[in-house]
Design a protein around this ligand. Structure first.
Ligand code: 5GP
Length: 204
């Protein structure tokens, strides 16, 4: 049975890099590609990072009830379609949704079994620096995102897990640990974690 993981964080907390790396490391986990009306960034690819569509098409999809959830984030619409999730789960994979805190709450309401993980930066100052270094947005947008981040951090208490992204590899290992938890088929542990000889003897 496929599981759904919801990864949420204020922008600049590093969730996109973590999610990309998790999906590279664990081949049974696939990201759900959201739809958005936001403009594509230079570093992004249509249909891979998002399905970039205009507002009219987004609204048509809303009226056809295609979305499991959708939100207006910083003035742009973002949504997760039911199709995207069922397509991944039909292939037998677990699904990762990388969405905002309101999306996290909305999905948990509809699918309480979904596992939510909220990623927080080690400090507000580091969050600000990460947003500035990313240089993807202008100063006004950065300020807007900082203000929202402070508000958003309060919602971390509703997540099943909180993960502090201070050191990337530590955060990545913790995230992998949460995803592997209860999954447990021994071959997975063998594949992804280096085992001691004695443990190897136990499981072969
Ligand atoms: P960005 O524009 O930086 O890619 O994303 C802005 C915010 O929108 C991030 O917090 C991101 O996780 C969130 N987001 C991306 N896709 C979705 C979605 O399908 N639903 C919701 N609710 N938020 C999304």
């Amino acid at each position: 049975m496929s599981r759904i993981f919801i990864i949420s964080a204020p922008s600049g907390a590093g969730k996109t890099s973590l999610v990309k790396k998790v999906c590279k490391t664990l081949d049974f986990v696939r990201p759900s590609v959201s739809f958005t009306t936001r403009k594509i960034r230079d570093s992004e690819q249509d249909k891979k990072d998002y399905f970039f569509i205009d507002k009219k098409e987004f609204e048509e999809r809303i009226s056809k009830s295609e979305f499991l959830e959708y939100q207006n984030v910083y003035g742009n619409l973002y949504g997760t379609t039911l199709d995207s999730i069922s397509h991944i789960s039909k292939q037998g994979h677990d699904v990762i949704l990388e969405i905002d805190y309101r999306g996290m709450l909305a999905v948990k309401k509809v699918i309480p079994e979904a596992i939510s993980i909220y990623i927080v930066p080690p400090s507000i100052e580091i969050l600000r620096k990460r947003l500035e270094n990313r240089a993807e947005d202008d100063k006004n947008v950065i300020q807007k995102r900082m203000r929202s981040s402070l508000k958003e951090l309060e919602y971390s208490k509703y997540a099943d897990y909180i993960l502090i992204n201070d050191d990337f590899s530590l955060a990545l290992n913790s995230l992998i640990g949460i995803i592997l938890f209860k999954k447990i088929p021994v071959n997975l542990i063998k594949d992804y974690i280096s085992l001691t000889t004695s443990f190897n003897k136990l499981i072969v």
